[in-house]
Design a protein around this ligand. Structure first.
Ligand code: F6P
Length: 327
């Protein structure tokens, strides 16, 4: 059993629905074990600035159901420097913070791991990102909510697309990963799904759209991840508009963007976030550090942080094949 005097907790990087639920679980588990808790505002930016706030049970009342993060979040350039990290570590020590829970994604964990290596601080990570691209957990906090938001919007787009027999390019988030695109495409009945993990020729995209729209004269939805090599919805739209063969096709693009990051977390995200928040504090109390807590096959699993940011979580390629059969 590890003695923890004061636990620091922060949310960092792109916010994700369920981060508040996770924070609530972290604070309440610590308090239940007589550990003081300090919230660190604005992630690593706040750590460097000493922007800390004492937290107790009631500081996290009524936040389980809200999106965003009450601690705020940031992407910190200063923390990439040794000087920035030194200042952050000094602030943590001055406030007697001897262990940390980091809620965030890839970049958050790189930073957390550096704090462990350079300053000997105990850190456990909770996977919070809508992208679901973290190795070591079946799902990340926020992914299920973002996926449902995307599907809900695709359904709405289908109504209007169908009314006009139009082609819609729907861009969803995912700079490097296609989890949202793949699963919202299947759940929303998209005719074509384009993701960064696969290279697709523009000629194939055109051929598929033309065969669906000219032969069957029906609405077509292409779901494309923002990081797809064809340039997202705008890149594809430009290429199609430049092609004479598409002159009779009515084409519209919708970028769902940050709508996918907000909103009340789904039941699944709330439960996942709560489980992981509790597990993070318990893991620190058990003496673990430099690890991320995840859920794999419904069991809590610890993965070294360097494996989380050093490896890519693979999409399910069988799912991709389904679109061809189903659309
Ligand atoms: O990492 C989550 C994510 O939502 C990505 O899908 C997206 O590319 C990125 O964040 C956008 O970040 P920002 O809000 O900083 O522009």
């Amino acid at each position: 059993m590890q003695d923890i005097e004061c636990l620091g907790v922060y949310t960092s990087g792109g916010d994700a629905p369920g981060m508040n639920a996770c924070l609530r679980a972290v604070v309440r588990t610590a308090v239940a074990n007589d550990i003081e808790v300090m919230g660190i505002r604005r992630g690593y930016e706040g750590m460097i600035a000493g922007d800390f706030v004492e937290m107790e049970r009631r500081s996290v009342s009524n936040i389980l159901q809200s999106g965003g993060t009450i601690l705020k979040s940031a992407r910190s350039e200063a923390f990439r420097t040794e000087e920035g990290r030194q200042r952050a570590a000094d602030n943590l020590r001055e406030n007697s913070i001897d262990a940390l829970v980091a809620i965030g994604g890839d970049g958050t964990f790189r930073g957390a791991s550096k704090l462990c290596d350079e300053h000997g601080l105990g850190v456990v990570g909770c996977p919070g990102t809508i992208d679901n691209d973290l190795y070591g957990t079946d799902q990340t906090i926020g992914y299920d909510t973002a996926l449902n938001t995307a599907i809900d919007n695709i359904d709405r787009i289908r109504d209007t697309a169908d009314a006009h027999n139009r082609l819609f390019l729907v861009e969803v988030m995912g700079r490097d990963a296609g989890f949202i695109a793949l699963n919202s495409g299947i759940g929303g009945g998209a005719e074509l799904i384009l993701i960064p993990e696969t290279i697709t020729e523009m000629s194939m995209v055109k051929e598929r759209i033309l065969s669906l729209m000219t032969a069957q004269r029906r609405s077509t939805i292409v779901v494309v991840a923002e990081g797809d090599e064809l340039g997202g919805a705008q890149g594809i739209e430009r290429a199609l508009r430049d092609d004479e063969a598409f002159s009779d096709i009515e084409l519209r693009s919708t970028i769902l963007g940050h709508t996918q990051r907000g909103g009340a977390p789904t039941a699944s995200d709330r439960v996942l976030a709560s489980r992981l928040g509790v597990a993070a504090v318990e893991s620190l109390m058990d003496g673990h550090s430099d690890v991320m807590v995840g859920v794999t096959n419904n069991e809590i699993k610890l993965t070294p942080l360097h494996n989380v940011y050093g490896r890519r979580k693979s999409i399910d390629y069988d799912l991709l094949k389904l679109t061809q059969i189903l659309s």
